[in-house]
Write a protein that binds this ligand. Structure first.
Ligand SMILES: *Cc1c(COP(=O)(O)O)cnc(C)c1O
Length: 361
């Protein structure tokens, strides 16, 4: 039974994208594959605002998040933590056997660049990890301000996760000086799960070259060596590369600026709905994500009942909160292919649900 997803990942996938995935596969060392791989590069580089190569990983985002740690950290990593995904990255650093420090914020608190300056000034760190858009709390960190500080420390390699913001808002990788910018397929790109994209600077590759415990599957140098031949290190998820090619067509047909503006507009529609009900976002509004909204459940609504009602009566779902703020917050996604019409429909369905459950009248 298919129902429409307004959860912040996986998000709704279009029929066109699903259809692209049914293209027959071919050998991943064949000229057909090289043609496919190379056909998506220019669009990907445009989307990453970069001249660096964009590698395709057959894994979810966590694969390349862990891989970045293994490729880059030799001294100590500063993991900036302010939600479920960023907190987990600190845990992953330690599991990789690395020296790591968590710069910890309360969930929903935006990252303060001054704190990063203070930490990096100690000279202890050679890598920093940052989640641009903390999906668990709906918080969008001030990336330009943060990167301006990080770039004061030339020995520090930066790894930025844009899983739920990539292509929803403009992230100019090269201009911002980000070493590794990564994303996954099933959130802002509105593709099925199973693929990650990572764009790696030459400086990051040079660092990786001096590491002797990079492993194999996520080795930046393996990615690069194969990239130069129009290939991936191991057999990739070819159906998702067909989906990616189709998605890139959609994105450039709409236009990048138009895509960013659409996300902004749909996000404002959700914010207007939040205001109408006297609700609040978890982060301060100035740092609220543009691709999803994490809303405080201030009236203590029964979220599972709301979600169940939405699902059975309107064939759609939202999210009832993630990790330790499950039940205390709920989340609504406006990322991917949503339109004014689909968001209006959701907000309308939500109002009818709240009425049916006697939360509003
Ligand atoms: C979902 C998410 C991840 C993890 O993605 P997986 O696909 O589960 O590996 C990482 N970072 C952010 C910000 C996310 O939203």
């Amino acid at each position: 039974m298919a129902y429409k997803l307004y959860i912040p990942g996986p998000v709704e996938v279009s029929e066109k994208t699903y259809k692209a995935m049914t293209t027959h596969v071919f050998g991943h060392r064949s000229p057909d594959f090289v043609e496919l791989y190379q056909s998506v590069q220019p669009g990907l580089q445009e989307l990453f605002f970069t001249k660096d190569p964009v590698y395709i990983s057959t894994s979810s985002a966590w694969g390349v998040m862990e891989g970045s740690i293994r490729n880059l950290v030799q001294k100590k990593v500063l993991n900036v933590c302010s939600g479920a995904f960023s907190d987990k990255w600190f845990d992953v650093s330690k599991r990789c056997g690395k020296e790591a420090k968590a710069l910890q914020y309360e969930w929903g608190t935006p990252v303060d660049p001054e704190d990063i300056r203070r930490e990096l000034s100690t000279g202890e760190f050679d890598v920093i990890t940052l989640i641009h858009n903390e999906t668990s709390t709906g918080t969008m960190n001030p990336l330009a301000e943060i990167m301006a500080v990080v770039n004061e420390f030339p020995e520090v390699r930066s790894v930025v996760d844009s899983v739920s913001s990539f292509s929803a808002v403009k992230i100019e990788k090269d201009k911002l000086g980000i070493d590794v910018l990564l994303t996954g397929s099933q959130k802002a790109l509105a593709m099925p799960p199973g693929m990650a994209l990572l764009c790696v600077s030459e400086k990051a590759r040079q660092r990786a070259a001096t590491a002797n415990d990079r492993g194999y599957y996520f080795d930046f140098l393996e990615f690069h060596k194969n990239h130069e031949k129009g290939m991936t290190p191991s057999t990739p998820i070819i159906p998702l590369i067909f989906a990616l090619r189709s998605k890139l067509e959609d994105i450039f047909e709409e236009g990048l600026e138009e895509r960013f503006a659409r996300h902004e507009h749909l996000n404002q529609m959700v914010h207007a709905w939040i205001d109408k009900h006297g609700l609040e976002t978890l982060p301060p509004r100035a740092f609220a994500s543009k691709s999803l909204s994490c809303v405080k459940n201030r009236y203590e609504w029964d979220l599972p009942a709301i979600i169940n009602h939405l699902k059975t009566n309107f064939n759609c779902v939202i999210d009832g909160g993630y990790g330790k703020i499950k039940g205390k917050t709920f989340r609504i996604s406006n990322m991917g292919d949503e339109t004014e019409e689909t968001m209006k429909e959701l907000l309308n369905n939500l109002d009818q649900t709240l009425e049916a459950l006697n939360y509003i009248n």
